[in-house]
Design a protein. Sequence first.
Length: 259
Amino acid sequence: MLMTDAYGIVPGITTTRETYEAEFRWGSSFQGVFANALIDGAAVDSGNSPTYELRPGLLLGQNLTTGKYKQYSATATDGTEVAAGILLEALRMQDFSGNAVDRFYAVLVGGPVQASKILGLDLMARQQMDKFIFDDIFNIPGHHWYPFKRWQTKTSNYTIVASDNYSVFNNLGAGGAVVFTLPTIANGYFFEFICMVDQTLQVSSNEGSNIVTFGNVTASTAAFSTGGSRIGNIFRVFTNAAATKWILEQVGNVAAVLT
């Protein structure tokens, strides 16, 4: 059944349905990279009223489980904490019966943009949007120095997967030791681990005997485990080009325990 909210309206100019800020893109309209996207019916534009009316320029993240896009949120934990694209056109996420429905539309995933007109943009998102050219930071190569894309808190043992690449892990709230098991080694991985409670934080190789750190080239595990001296210590872990070694850098005043 075809439905429309224009049925029965008296002819003539009506009140404004929606207003938008100036165009968030700049340069030629051909300068852009686009991708087809399924926009989650639960997506909202918190700065708009009603919030189910999404405005052009809304920053989007992609849910790692469903593959759907919704509003970017730096504090999310489902994948939408990574800025993945920008909404090109206005979308209404409710049908005329008030039901939330998914929408299929293209999103901008690269190209020149005006930072001040992107809805929901923050410094973390800028770092993640390495395929975009911002109009206000031409003189800062790579946008800014921060290399990580996700912040993840784990209070129990966790096996890292490929989609966690460029994550910062921490153990805030843990009541005991937390062991992070690295994924099967491959080049291009980079992780950081921050001990934020006085509990043991351990990093373990999936293969064993291939961690390189202070005074050891065949370690299997590294842990901050000295009680009273664990909080604030940091591991940075990355792989060599040949994907044969995990390089583990320690930051802090207490040496890690190696096995």
